[in-house]
Design a protein around this ligand. Structure first.
Ligand code: TIU
Length: 220
């Protein structure tokens, strides 16, 4: 049965059976002190506001029986899947270095894992990705296609980096993406604002923007 999300620039019709929630990189490395985000010079308190609304959308998606997928950005312990251009970006190396939460952005480390508030439950696939986009060098598209998914609700961090890249990748693959803005966050408030405006401009050129309450109401 078709339902509707209220959104900008116009309402988005969806079928819960072909809609998935994708939670991008809600890892300690990005939203807690002592991880990659902070190593890059950012104030992680700026993105923590996304946790509570994200939790409400996650619960609503689970209650509605939606497919739920989580992603994590990170690398193999030997860093063989980390391009040198990513490893040394900005002239400094953080990826793979020891931090208070373990080796930064390395799979299996405490800082790389998803925060307890939004931890996956059994049956929710986790996509480990080496890049910013969740489709690059992962089996996300295969997993979504195998379930006939057409619509993606995209939450997580950061708005202008991994969320934006993933939405653009998804849009080019034919998915309709909707972002609840309060379920995303950036270390740069102005980037957050304009990243969302860029998505929805020109008649939803890359996707739709809404908020957690509209997602929850639409799923009811
Ligand atoms: N997950 C994600 O957005 N990765 C980043 O590196 N984001 C930054 O904003 N740095």
């Amino acid at each position: 049965m078709m339902k509707t999300f209220q959104a900008d620039p116009f309402a988005l019709d969806f079928d819960p059976r072909t809609t998935a929630l994708v939670v991008i990189d809600m890892q300690r490395d990005f939203v807690e002190p002592g991880g990659f985000g902070e190593a890059l010079g950012n104030d992680v308190s700026l993105v923590r506001g996304a946790i509570e609304p994200c939790g409400r959308v996650l619960q609503a998606a689970r209650d509605a029986g939606l497919m739920v997928i989580h992603t994590r950005e990170g690398h193999r312990p030997d860093l063989t899947d980390c391009p040198p251009a990513k490893l040394t970006r900005g002239g400094k190396t953080f990826i793979g270095e020891q931090g208070p939460k373990g080796r930064i952005l390395v799979r299996g480390e405490n800082g790389h894992d998803i925060i307890p508030e939004l931890y996956p439950v059994a049956g929710e696939p986790i996509i480990d990705k080496p890049g910013k986009g969740a489709f690059y060098q992962t089996d996300l598209h295969l997993i979504l296609q195998s379930r006939g998914i057409k619509t993606l609700i995209v939450c997580g961090v950061t708005t202008e980096v991994c969320v934006n890249t993933t939405v653009r990748e998804a849009n080019d693959r034919g998915y309709e993406c909707i972002i609840p803005e309060d379920c995303t966050g950036s270390y740069f408030p102005e980037f957050h604002k304009y990243a969302l405006e860029m998505i929805k401009a020109q008649g939803a050129i890359c996707g739709w923007v809404t908020n957690a309450d509209n997602i929850i109401a639409g799923l009811k």
